[in-house]
Design a protein around this ligand. Structure first.
Ligand code: PMT
Length: 226
């Protein structure tokens, strides 16, 4: 059950949008994230009186009122932005759709059409969420998303453990009308000890519910640690 909890303003970092991994000066590897879910979450935290830093890949959205904004393009840049600011945060929510792989080298000039096939070597990008506990020693409330097309809850549970999160918001991105780009979404909240399924809602309304749930979790975690 989600009820009211807000007490004092909390420093919150939110990542949102896609990353773009350059192939050459005009092409990149990207994904379908519009940024809507993450921007709505950042806006909802700010409306509740919190201090919010939104680290965002390229989107066409306006920066929400009352939110500090740090634009980035690549996964490496997003990693750097998070590494610089996570130390002063109490809550971090990772809604960005980060490319898991990037070209091993970006060509300096536009790649010309010549052969019938073109092979790109891809290398892993840093796991930004996964580095928060292990590399940056973040001890605040850590919330990730899991965008899945199969085995939604099992994969979300695996990410909860591997990335040492307090909560994973499980998003079935195989269903038409929710997830990427849509104005609506339907998610399950996967905690270490339970799952809460939230009904289909606009991303605006859902963000409000998510923010209440995350602030409640943060308050519970602090009460235990006090
Ligand atoms: O932007 P919208 O169009 O509104 O769509 C919303 C959304 C579908 C993008 C969003 O709700 C969502 O599900 N975001 C997470 C997308 C994703 O990349 O999920 P993942 O299962 O691949 O990654 C798991 C978690 O690790 C995510 O919190 C992700 O931000 C994080 N991650 C992943 C890879 C990486 N290199 N670094 C990360 O921090």
């Amino acid at each position: 059950m989600i009820s009211s909890v807000q007490t004092v303003a909390v420093n919150i970092l939110v990542t949102a949008g896609p990353t773009r991994e350059p192939i050459d000066p005009v092409r990149y590897i990207g994904n379908r994230s519009s940024g809507k879910m993450g921007y709505e979450i950042a806006a909802a935290f700010a409306r509740e009186g919190n201090t919010v830093l939104l680290v965002s890949g390229p989107t066409s959205l306006d920066v929400p009122d009352g939110v500090d904004f740090l634009p980035v393009e690549t996964a490496d840049e997003m990693y750097g932005a998070v590494a610089s600011h996570i130390g002063r945060m109490q809550v971090a929510v990772f809604a960005a759709a980060v490319a898991d792989y990037k070209p091993s080298m970006a060509a300096k000039e536009k790649i010309k059409k010549s052969a019938n096939t073109l092979a790109l070597e891809l290398v892993r990008t840093p796991d930004i969420l996964g580095s928060c506990r292990s590399r940056h020693g973040f001890s605040g409330t850590l919330v990730g998303f899991a965008a899945e097309t199969e085995n939604l809850i099992a994969n979300a549970r695996e990410k909860l453990t591997r990335k040492q999160c307090d909560l994973i918001i499980a998003n079935d991105v195989s269903m038409p009308g929710i997830g990427f780009e849509s104005d609506q979404n339907e998610v399950s909240l996967v905690y270490p000890d339970r799952i809460d399924q939230l009904p289909l809602a606009s991303k605006h309304d859902l963000a409000h519910q998510l923010v209440r749930a995350i602030l409640m979790l943060h308050a519970e975690k602090n009460a235990v640690n006090d």
